[in-house]
Design a protein around this ligand. Structure first.
Ligand code: GLN
Length: 242
């Protein structure tokens, strides 16, 4: 078995070690004896959507997003088709915003891909810091680090989780991120997946199922240290917030 992980725009969208998500997906496949090919797709390069199993897209500054804007209409249709067909996507922060209809920065309106019917508005006062969620999708808490000025209204979409500590989509401390089909979009850097191996395995399982047309169970990995770290972060912040 083999999966292809497309690392989108590592030359422009590379904040806060989001590259670690790509390494995590690749290693957790290889540790289970599954081949994992990482294809970096530089900004402006063609994306072979049919050959992709997982697209991993990280964060960027407002400037990076503004630079990317001109190129997005060229991939809009194929990106939408990939998502509607169950293609797996992990979109972090700036990428989360650009999957939506637009991100209005302090200076400009950046048209997004419109893969998701959401909008993001810049507001003064960055939302920065550690964040802890509880999510019905996962038994362990979801932990990460957020740093965004954009506020994202997700309407009727299912959030990734409820905020136990931190700001979240709108800075209200209620919901964070969203899940749509096989897309997980979130403000959580960290990088997200090494800090939350359960999310990594959900993405891998969904990609394997789509590629091979059946449920494929993943061998358990010795994740005790990862979960100890996860628990410690969650406890540290949720305890200090009460
Ligand atoms: N530029 C966006 C914002 O500030 C996204 C930042 C990020 O990717 N961390 O909201």
């Amino acid at each position: 078995m083999r999966l292809v992980i497309g690392h989108l725009y590592p030359d422009l969208f590379h904040l806060y070690s989001d590259r670690g998500n790509v390494c995590c997906l690749q290693k957790r496949l290889q540790w289970r004896g599954i081949e994992a090919e990482v294809t970096p797709i530089l900004f402006g390069e063609r994306i072979d959507f049919a050959g992709m199993d997982i697209l991993c897209w990280g964060g960027a500054s407002d400037r990076g997003q503004e630079m990317a804007a001109g190129h997005l209409p060229k991939i809009r249709q194929d990106f939408r088709a990939y998502v509607e067909d169950g293609g797996v996507v992990l979109a972090i922060c700036a990428a989360y915003q650009l999957l939506g209809r637009y991100y209005r920065t302090e200076k400009k309106k950046v048209e997004g891909l419109g893969v998701l019917d959401i909008c993001t508005e810049w507001r003064p006062g960055r939302l920065v810091g550690n964040i802890v969620l509880e999510s019905p999708l996962f038994t362990a808490p979801v932990v990460g680090f957020e740093n965004h000025a954009g506020r994202t209204e997700i309407g009727e979409y299912t959030p990734l989780g409820n905020v136990l500590f931190g700001h979240g989509n709108m800075g209200r401390g209620d919901y964070e991120g969203l899940v749509y089909k096989n897309v997980i979009a979130t403000y959580l850097h960290g990088p997200l997946l090494p800090k939350n191996p359960q999310i990594c395995d959900v993405l891998l399982k969904r990609a394997l199922k789509r590629r091979y047309g059946r449920e494929i169970s993943l061998d358990p990995l010795p994740d005790e240290e990862e979960y100890r770290a996860n628990r410690q972060i969650a406890e540290r912040y949720t305890r200090s917030s009460v």
